[in-house]
Design a protein around this ligand. Structure first.
Ligand code: GLP
Length: 240
């Protein structure tokens, strides 16, 4: 069962997770971080920035969970851009050590396997930061995703496209496909840290932590992991 930590605020969650990441970096300056996009992990990145002034982070390696298919890497809403803007630049990481799946439609046949190999070559992810979709998705593993899945192309659900429409000029501009680490990929990280804030995530959090193991709620896969921590505020914990 995942360990659940209820915190007062998103900022408190950010400070807690950043402290754990700093501890890992203290042990190994080449720590491999699993990075997530979305609004949820932002307090972690902010707290890390505050706590790492003067700490050499140039050896840190990173792997993002997912990417849209068909957005150029320099599109402002591509996850390559988001990770660059929110993580690599503010923390002064070496961009050549931080990877995002390749969403180039011409490369989707090979991109998944290449990404898996890159994670393996890095020795695997030490700590994977996770948000959760309102439908219980992890990365872009939508309901129905196999627990054994690896990095591959998926179709976004109507719900996720609606949820993410706020980042695009119109709902029609939200890409229809994505490339995402699989649930099987995510489960290989040594420590999973799932964050969720607000009542809108309460049902998904309850399903992930206490519901049956089911592909209908992909985040329930965390119950299979020996070291999973769920950091939530009171509102996100309200259905536990
Ligand atoms: C996107 C990302 C997920 C993220 C989810 C939740 O779908 N692919 O990794 O967990 O959004 O976003 P937010 O944290 O903004 O609620």
């Amino acid at each position: 069962m995942a360990e659940v930590v209820i915190v007062e605020s998103a900022d408190a969650a950010g400070a807690l997770v950043a402290a754990e990441i700093l501890r890992l970096i203290g042990e190994n300056p080449r720590t491999v971080l699993g990075l997530a996009t979305g609004s949820t992990p932002l307090p972690v990145y902010r707290a890390l920035r505050e706590k790492t002034a003067g700490v050499d982070l140039s050896g840190i390696r990173g792997f993002a969970l997912d990417e849209y298919v068909g957005l150029a890497p320099d599109h402002p809403e591509s996850y390559a851009s988001v990770i660059g803007r929110e993580v690599v630049e503010p923390l002064g990481l070496d961009p050549s050590l931080v990877h995002v799946p390749d969403g180039d439609p011409a490369r989707i046949a090979v991109a998944g396997e290449e990404y898996e190999r890159a994670i393996e070559d890095a020795g695997g992810v030490d700590l994977q930061i996770l948000g959760i979709g309102t439908d219980g998705h992890l990365g872009f593993n939508e309901p129905g995703s196999s627990f054994a899945s690896r990095t591959r192309v998926k179709t976004l659900t109507a719900q996720t496209r609606r949820d993410n429409a706020r980042f695009f000029p119109s709902p029609d501009d939200v890409p229809r496909h994505c490339i995402t680490q699989g649930l099987g990929t995510i489960l290989r990280a040594r420590h999973l840290v799932l964050l969720a804030f607000g009542g809108g995530k309460a049902a998904a959090v309850a399903g992930a932590v206490e519901g049956p193991l089911t592909a209908s709620l992909p985040a329930s896969a965390i119950q299979l992991h020996p070291h999973a921590t769920v950091v939530v505020d009171e509102a996100a914990a309200s259905q536990l």
